[in-house]
Design a protein around this ligand. Structure first.
Ligand SMILES: Cc1ncc(COP(=O)(O)O)c(C=O)c1O
Length: 415
């Protein structure tokens, strides 16, 4: 097909005239293609998918029942816009019950989002002018930075490394960058490193933001999924509400990725600005979904059960990987296990394969062992294993991990 003038119209931010013409294949597409090829080559072998970034189970019956009831009520049928007071009130109660954050005003300090991703795509419009800087962490979830760049902003990346317990070194940011910086985006528990923040780190970040006049965007999509101790919100730091907005989500904590609901909370001016742009972006989430989720937030024990399942799977996976020399350490939360990638592998027949990157390792694991992971090469070579693999019950979980052990038998990984 010859190009119509439409091709000439595309904005530079998505590639301009060359939009859709690049032959470069990005990480997740490479993984998808390798999976397809491996399954075609071995149609009778199960692919063990440790690459998925979402829960393996559906929402609990109480949520589904509530949705079914609410969907039948005529008063829930229309545009929600920025409304839905039930969900905001339930969110305020959940913040107090789960994180000990008291006194959030559901009318001015909380507003729903059509998932954290939507909020991360809206918030840059409220803060970023051309030339402004946003400070982010790598490896990480890039949505805020992508949109910031689309508004003419720049992203300054801080590396998350083992030496810093995967917490960014805020003091390493040059003064010239800080002068132009407007926002600091944090994500704990972190995707992909699985690392958790500490109250001390959050207190330091709040102080740093105040000193350098930054807004903190705390992406807390995994915040309630912790294995030991209490979940942590940046808003539990005294004074955090002066500088921070936090993003919560139903997706991971309640097995509700497809439902598309979350909320932003914290600094009322940031919440108001988010509401302004949101109102010009979407028409709100279906009130039946909001009300079903409000009912769900009344049951934090759902998240505790989900977290216990991931914790159990993590123990199995960590033990399995350690047997083969991986330096795997169980994280304190999330469902991600982030481990240094091997440099090479030797098999029982004496074949030796060297790897230049985590991406090489990930491709080899899919092609040779039908095990899918996500590689990260942004700050060292690491593999991300997600414990959201498909398994029905504990015996099946042990079977899956046992299968990984079988496929690794005789291999010698070199690090
Ligand atoms: C760090 C992080 N933030 C936000 C999201 C988006 O979550 P939601 O489903 O709430 O849009 C994800 C999803 O994978 C994530 O990993």
């Amino acid at each position: 097909m010859t190009d119509s003038y439409i091709q000439q119209l595309f904005a530079e931010r998505i590639g301009g005239k060359t939009f859709g013409k690049s032959t470069a294949i990005y990480k997740f597409e490479k993984i998808k293609r390798a999976k397809r090829a491996a399954l075609a080559a071995h149609p009778h072998v199960d692919l063990i998918d440790l690459g998925v970034g979402e829960p393996d189970e559906m929402a609990l019956p109480l949520s589904v029942r509530a949705l079914s009831e609410e969907a039948q009520k005529p008063e829930n049928r229309g545009y929600a816009d920025n409304g839905g007071p039930e969900y905001c009130r339930a969110s305020a109660q959940w913040m107090e019950r789960v994180f000990g954050v008291k006194g959030l005003d559901p009318e001015t300090e909380i507003l729903h989002s059509i998932g954290s991703k939507a909020a991360l795509s809206i918030l840059p419009a409220t803060l970023i002018n051309p030339g402004d800087v946003v400070i982010m962490t790598v490896p990480g979830y890039p949505v805020f930075g992508t949109h910031a760049k689309w508004y003419g902003g720049e992203v300054y990346n801080l590396k998350l490394t083992e030496a810093n317990h995967f917490l960014p070194d805020l003091d390493s940011i040059p003064g010239v960058v800080l002068k132009r910086a407007k926002a600091l985006v944090l994500n704990y528990p972190n995707n992909p490193t699985g690392a958790s923040a500490t109250p001390e780190f959050f207190a330091q970040a709040v102080e740093f933001a105040r000193l350098h006049k930054l807004a903190i965007v705390s992406d807390a999509a995994y915040s309630a999924l912790v294995f030991d101790g209490k979940p942590l919100s940046i808003l539990s730091v005294p004074g955090a509400k002066d500088v921070a907005i936090e993003l919560h989500s139903m997706s991971k904590a309640f097995n509700m990725t497809g439902w598309r609901l979350g909320f932003v909370c914290g600094n009322p001016r940031l919440v108001a600005a988010y509401g302004n742009v949101k109102d010009n972006t979407d028409s709100g989430q279906f009130l039946a979904i909001q009300k079903a989720c409000a009912a769900t937030l009344g049951h934090p024990e759902i998240t505790s059960k989900i977290a216990a399942k991931y914790s159990r799977r993590m123990d199995l996976l960590v033990a399995c990987l350690r047997k083969f020399g991986f330096n795997a350490t169980k994280p304190k939360g999330s469902f991600f296990l982030y481990v240094p990638a091997p440099n090479a592998v030797a098999d029982a027949e004496g074949n030796h394969t060297g790897f230049k990157s985590a991406e090489d390792v990930s491709q080899w694991l899919i092609t040779e062992k039908l095990i899918s992971t996500v590689p990260w090469d942004d700050a060292g070579a690491y593999l991300r294993f997600s414990v959201t693999f498909l398994a029905k019950g504990e015996a099946d979980e042990r079977r899956v991990i046992g299968e990984i052990e079988k496929r690794f038998a005789g291999l010698k990984f070199e690090f």
